[in-house]
Design a protein around this ligand. Structure first.
Ligand SMILES: Nc1nc2c(ncn2[C@@H]2O[C@H](COP(=O)(O)OP(=O)(O)OP(=O)(O)O)[C@@H](O)[C@H]2O)c(=O)[nH]1
Ligand SMILES: [Mg+2]
Length: 224
């Protein structure tokens, strides 16, 4: 890449929400483009990273961003551990399951945690996951599994809390990259407006150009 830059920014993301809403599945879909029907519950935190390219709306040069994502456990017993990962995050995916009203109701308490422990400038996107889900099987018989959280209701709550909003399916892949991209665009906009100051913001790092010849490895070593 020109100037030896592999990415322009490194952004720290956290993924939070109730157990089993699909947080790890969203991250695996983003980083590996695959879906596991029976993933293990997260114990504490897991990490994943992905380069994404954000085109410039005005037709200028695209911005390459390295997302460093901390996928936290939704299980209550890990809550005090996972809270410590909120500090310094620039972005947050607050995930619920569209077929579980309880997970949507509990999003309020996850958001309260984020507000208490993360930077006030953090960009949070509410993500209603599992939009593919219509049917589950009990004792071999199909049983309809209804959506319990209407899109309009979640969108209205997100707007009232100043959150971005989208729906997704980690299973089909629909809306997954778009969720991370929407949050990233918002963070880049905040960087442009000086809301996030590089160097002093632990969740936002600017990549430093390295001398020609050091190549990709040099750029990575010079960052994060
Ligand atoms: N149908 C469907 N199932 C999903 C989707 N996302 C996740 N799942 C399933 O939901 C279950 C829980 O997924 P996980 O990704 O482990 O959930 P989690 O939020 O990381 O759970 P914890 O790590 O325990 O907090 C698994 O059986 C997944 O296969 C989705 O978009 N659609
Ligand atoms: Mg998990």
């Amino acid at each position: 890449m020109a100037g030896g830059i592999s990415w322009h920014y490194v952004l720290k993301f956290i993924i939070t929400g109730d157990a089993a809403v699909g947080k790890s599945s969203l991250l695996i879909r983003l980083t590996d483009q695959r879906f596991l029907a029976n993933p293990d519950p997260t114990l504490g935190v897991e990490f994943g990273s992905k380069l994404i390219t954000i085109p410039d709306a005005a037709g200028g040069a695209a911005t390459i961003v390295k997302l460093q994502c901390w996928d936290t456990a939704g299980t209550e017993s890990f809550r005090s551990i996972t809270r410590s990962y909120y500090r310094g995050a620039a972005g947050c995916l607050l995930v619920y399951d569209v077929t579980s009203r309880a997970s949507f109701t509990n999003a309020r308490s996850w958001l309260a945690d984020v507000r208490e422990h993360a930077d006030p400038h953090l960009t949070c996107i509410l993500v209603g996951n599992k939009v593919d889900l219509r049917t589950s099987f009990t004792k071999g018989k199909p049983r309809p599994r209804e959506r319990e959280v209407p899109t309009a209701e979640a969108a209205a709550w997100a707007a009232s809390e100043g959150l971005l909003f989208t729906e997704s399916s980690a299973k089909s892949g629909a809306g997954v990259e778009a969720a991370f991209e929407a949050a990233t665009r918002d963070i880049l906009d905040k960087i442009r407006r000086g809301v996030w100051e590089d160097e002093r913001s632990p969740g936002v790092k600017l990549s430093k150009p390295v001398p020609a010849g050091l190549g990709d490895a040099g750029a990575k070593a010079g960052c994060c």
